[in-house]
Design a protein around this ligand. Sequence first.
Ligand SMILES: Nc1ncnc2c1ncn2[C@@H]1O[C@H](COP(=O)(O)OP(=O)(O)OP(=O)(O)O)[C@@H](O)[C@H]1O
Ligand SMILES: [Mg+2]
Length: 339
Amino acid sequence: MPAIEAIVIKNLTKKFGDLAAVDHVSFSVKQGEIFGLLGPNGAGKTTLIRLLSTLTRPTEGTATVAGYDISKEDSKVREHIGLVSEKMIMYDRLTAKENLKLFGKLYDIPNDVLEKRIYKLLKLVRMLKWKDAQIGTFSTGMKQRINVARGLLNMPGILFLDEPTLGLDPQSTSEIREFIKRVNIENKTTIILTTHMMIEADMLCDRIGIIDKGKIVALDTSENLKKILAGTDTKSIELEISNLTTNLLSLLRGLDCVKSIIQNNPTHIKIRAIGEEAFDSIIDTVRKNDGKIKSINDLEPTLEDVFLHITGHEVREQVSNRVKGQAPRHGFRTKSRIR
Ligand SMILES: Nc1ncnc2c1ncn2[C@@H]1O[C@H](COP(=O)(O)OP(=O)(O)OP(=O)(O)O)[C@@H](O)[C@H]1O
Ligand SMILES: [Mg+2]
């Protein structure tokens, strides 16, 4: 009988000196699932993917991928997986097709099979038109599509995608998300995807593991994760203030209970806050400063709220604009949570 679990992870740990980049992680991924690893900068997402794809060895713990042990059967594991990561090297002077051919040869795929597969994959990622163009002339989004095609060259049962839409324009982002969904449905590929984008995890993943400081701090479907917030004091409200000023905004930002404010337009703000008194403090501050409130709405919980509730800090979407590799671990910690 085929294994129901595509991946089984037990106590997996990777230390760099004193730092546990992945810290006693245990969970399983089901066959055919799109599993999201959601976490901020430095959370340990890439390290966990590198462990599972046998690019680095664990300090402690074990995992099986496609039924094979990552430490003892690494070459078997590699036969069954594809990896799309941020650090993929491609040859700028070669064409899209030549690049894929070169990487396909590493898998010992017979020439005629490889030709057909490359054609099919280029079609899947809508790059057939550019098959004979040099990679060096491509935009980041086009290169990432080729990267996805490359990850699928060996028709893997399990595909690892490390931040597949990082730094892409909105159109490429939505196209890559669409390919991910399609590969999962059409080829029944199990997909493990890392992201710091709540919306990406929410729209793509069957289940989401929230990772913070090397530990899985919550794991469930997006719907169930949001239920964690029921009856808690983490809330998001939308306020319409007809005479909103920058002074009032900075006073609100200064409140202890306020974790973030997003201004949608000159009069509308979305406030994420924690604490039983949060609502009253916010309204008092607006009124005491002569703010005219036109409407107040409680917002449906988002994964962002869940993340904040569990970890006490936020994963900010603008992380996507960062220069890779330069941000310190936990660099996006905001105010510490009131516990
Ligand atoms: N080879 C290494 N040597 C030393 N420390 C490392 C190494 N690789 C990762 N780290 C550290 O381990 C922690 C986890 O890094 P990792 O790259 O896994 O995080 P991440 O969640 O992928 O972050 P990002 O969002 O920046 O991609 C970080 O503090 C990082 O600096
Ligand atoms: Mg990473």
